[in-house]
Design a protein. Structure first.
Length: 361
């Protein structure tokens, strides 16, 4: 039986009904009509190839290394299936905390999972040294995200390259979920940091085209045939519509990025002030253009407080338990979808639900 993905189950049931959404971690969706107009052929049989070429051009990788997928989640499944194949019990290392689907997909494929910890006292960094300590000759795959979800912390490229080299010494691949990378290093990819690096992303989080499910994996040529087989097992043939929308959106990324920046203007200062204002709260501040961060709450029962905020005020943020945050109890706070004119109010009501000192009652 496949393991349940509790975070996605909760998110699908909760996010659409939130009156004040401090949970959704991506840019608000751009309306389909605004993006597509009347000039996109959604049934173009060559659209998936055009999409792959657009991705390749954006990130300066060979087009044959690009595998279109159903979002970053679909790319993660294809990658894991391609690397692990039918080898039940293969060793996979997954960071902790992590975005839950990255863990569940390898569990669902029968992997033997080891964890490498990101620690709050170290600013949630994942250093090459820590990875080397858990790598073994049996490791087939290492899975991490940069920028990290839920903290937004970025692993520098030089450290990713060092990790890739450590993996290569053991014949393992390094898989980087870089779905938020465009916010910190536009037009770049971890795929170029090592021959054994696999990267995945989509048009969802940074560009607001999640409704198209237009994602991709960038992977070494040696994995291409296995990835194609995995794709066929998952979807048979990907919808050409995803490719058509993706290919068109790739020609308008600058416009979409500008839209995202306009929607975010003025929000970060409000969030910084909120965290600073309440003595119980602290965080490792994410990059300036990030849309979320992980807030620790000393002496607060986060699970109870978030439930109260949702019930009494319609305010939703994400309990750190969904990411396996463990001792670093807290919550992921996102300011992506709440308008700047309503953000202060939403944060105040969240503070009230959490029972923070000085919250308005």
């Amino acid at each position: 039986m496949l393991p349940p993905v509790e975070y996605l189950r909760w998110a699908i049931e909760t996010f659409p009904h939130a009156r004040r959404d401090l949970a959704t971690s991506g840019v608000p969706s751009v309306p389909a009509g605004e993006l597509l107009g009347d000039g996109v052929n959604l049934s173009d049989p060559g659209a998936l190839g055009a999409f792959a070429r657009g991705v390749a051009a954006r990130y300066s990788v060979p087009a044959e290394e690009v595998m279109p997928a159903l979002g970053t989640a679909g790319a993660a499944w294809i990658v894991a299936a391609a690397v692990l194949g039918g080898s039940h019990g293969a060793e996979v290392i997954v960071e902790e905390p992590t975005y839950e689907p990255l863990l569940r997909v390898v569990e669902g494929l029968g992997a033997r999972v080891k964890r490498v910890r990101r620690r709050a006292e170290e600013g949630f960094r994942l250093e090459p040294r820590a990875l080397r300590e858990v790598l073994s000759e049996e490791t087939r795959l290492v899975v991490l995200a940069s920028p990290h979800n839920p903290t937004g912390v970025v692993t520098p490229d030089e450290e990713l390259a060092e990790m890739a080299a450590a993996c290569a010494e053991r014949g393992a691949f390094l898989f980087v979920d870089e779905v938020y990378r465009e916010l910190v290093a536009p037009g770049t990819t971890a795929r170029r940091l090592g021959a054994n690096v696999i990267a995945a992303s989509s048009l969802t989080k940074c560009f607001g085209v999640g409704w198209a499910r237009a994602g991709w994996a960038m992977l070494p040529g040696e994995l291409r045939e296995a990835a194609r087989a995995a794709e066929m097992h998952m979807a048979g043939v990907l919808p050409v519509m995803c490719g058509a929308i993706g290919a068109h959106a790739m020609t308008r990324l600058d416009e979409l990025a500008g839209r995202a920046e306009r929607l975010s203007a003025g929000k970060r200062a409000i969030v910084d002030a909120f965290v600073e204002r309440h003595a119980e709260l602290s965080w490792t501040a994410p990059p300036a253009r990030a849309m979320f961060g992980f807030v620790q709450a000393r002496g607060v029962d986060v699970t109870v407080g978030l439930a109260r905020a949702a019930k009494e005020h319609g305010v939703v943020a994400v309990d750190g338990a969904y990411f396996g945050a463990g001792a670093e109890a807290g919550f992921r706070l996102s300011w992506a979808t709440v308008g700047v004119d309503r953000l202060e109010e939403a944060l105040g009501l969240l503070a009230d639900g959490l029972g923070l000192a000085g919250a308005a009652r």
